[in-house]
Structures are given as C-alpha cells and as structure tokens.
Design a protein. Structure first.
Length: 266
C-alpha cells in the first residue's frame, strides 16, 4: 500500500516573535516496513536551519522563526510505501542502547494504579501473547475518549481517570511492560483512518522488544498491531521524546495553533 501524507502546522501570534526555534519530528524513515518515496518540508516566515538524527534514531529538523513575524507555517508532505510485517519491526537499531528502554520517566512511572492493573491481567507477561493480553487489559480498563485527557498526564493520571486517548494508552503500556522487564518505547506516526482523511493530530502506539522477534508494535487504542495503514515517524521513552513539535521562543504572545493532517491511499 502507498499512502500520501500532508502535515500542516500554522502558528499565529498577537505580538511579533523576536526569536524562536522549533524541533520537528515529522519525517518518516525508510525501513523493511516502509519505504519513503519522497518527503519534503516547506517553511513560510521561517527557515530550516539543519537536519540531524537524534539519540532515538529520529530524523529531526531545526526550524527558526523569521524575526518579527506574527505567523509561521510548516508543511511536511510526501509518499510512503508500506509492507505488512504484522507489527514486527525486528532488530534494535540506532545509537540508544536497548536497556535504555527499561527506564522510567515521569509520564511512564509504574505506581500503584499501574501495578494494580497489571496484577488484574492474569496473562500479562513479557512475551508476544502476554503483551497482547496487556494491551487488551489496558483498553478494557481505560476508555478511549477524545478530549478527555491533558497532554501532560502521566500513565497514573489516566488510570485514575479511567479514560484517555492514544497517548495515555501508550504511556500505560510502557509503564506496565517495563515493570515486567520488557524494553518498551513510544511511537508517534501517521495512521490512515477508515472514516476520514483529515485529522488534527498524529497517532501514538507502543513497541516492546521481545526475545526472538525484536521490536513489535501494539496499538492499544485500536486493539491491533500496526499494519500497512501505519507510518512510523519517531520513537522515544515517552511522548516528550517523540512529539512532532517542540521548541521555545522570545515574544510571540497570544498563540493560535492550527494543525491539519491528511492521510490517504495513493
């Protein structure tokens, strides 16, 4: 399958930006699961300063604001061909050691709620079957509800609330998988939906490293392993490492942000 993707981000400010930098993680990389046919990033009222590979093997672009601007537009778009590997990514690659993905973060720390949830899933184990059981248990315990959580929520926050979005499901999976001794990482990417092509945010899912298979994907929110509708973009210990945009600026108060993502079969 081949997917055509366009990811547009548009900022407006009430006052001019004196200085600002943005790190973008919106560029997919070619792998046995996906081949990037073409990809480009266009910037209006700013410029691309450089491109580099970060510690988690993510393609990262550094964008600067044009001094004095009150708007910034960034459009990333291209085409990606997908192969169905049933969610199996394979061997570990990149500069970060595998053991790093056992490390807790503030968002993924396993506290009382995560441990209680884990105890309630009898089949949960650091195996393929056990991790699928974990994903199913999380999905049953924490209802998927658009707009129900906050971007800064931790896994524990979502468990206590009993609701969340794909980011929350992923953080809970990471907390529980690492608690069981399985290296696990956060994945952000693009997903072709069945009922619409226009979206307002990237999707999130988890990957766990399983002996004999390597990295395997688990989309808790949809109850499946990623297939040819999924395009991997960035990975990390949690959302903070894989977020599509991060940065800072001086000036530019009164921000208004518009995001539009179009994913369609080519």
């Amino acid at each position: 399958m081949r997917l055509k993707i366009q990811h547009s981000t548009h900022y407006r400010f009430d006052t001019p930006v004196k200085y600002g930098l943005q790190q973008l993680r919106k560029t997919p990389k070619s792998s046995p699961q996906q081949q990037v046919i073409r990809w480009q990033t266009k910037v209006k009222n700013g410029r691309k300063e450089l491109e580099f590979e970060d510690f988690h093997h993510n393609t990262t672009e550094l964008i600067s604001f044009a001094p004095g601007t009150t708007e910034l537009s960034v459009i990333s778009e291209g085409e990606v061909a997908l192969n169905d590997t049933h969610g199996v990514i394979g061997a570990h690659r990149g500069p970060a050691p595998l053991w790093l993905y056992l490390r807790e973060t503030d968002r993924t720390r396993a506290k009382a709620g995560a441990r209680s949830l884990l105890r309630g899933i009898e089949a949960a184990a650091p195996t393929l079957e056990g991790l699928h059981a974990l994903a199913d248990g999380i999905r049953a315990a924490v209802k998927y509800e658009v707009g129900s959580s906050h971007p800064e929520w931790s896994a524990e926050d979502a468990i206590e609330a009993g609701r969340g979005v794909c980011q929350d499901h992923t953080h809970i999976f990471l907390a529980c998988a690492r608690e069981m001794g399985a290296p696990a990482r956060y994945v952000s990417g693009y997903l072709m939906l069945d009922d619409k092509t226009v979206q307002e945010a990237m999707h999130a899912w988890a990957e766990a490293h399983i002996e004999g298979l390597g990295w395997v994907g688990f989309d808790v929110s949809n109850g499946i392993s990623p297939d040819t509708r999924y395009v991997r973009v960035a990975t990390g210990l949690d959302y903070g490492d894989a977020s599509p945009v991060s940065g800072s600026r001086v000036g530019g108060t009164g921000e208004t942000l518009e995001v539009q993502i179009d994913v369609a079969q080519q």
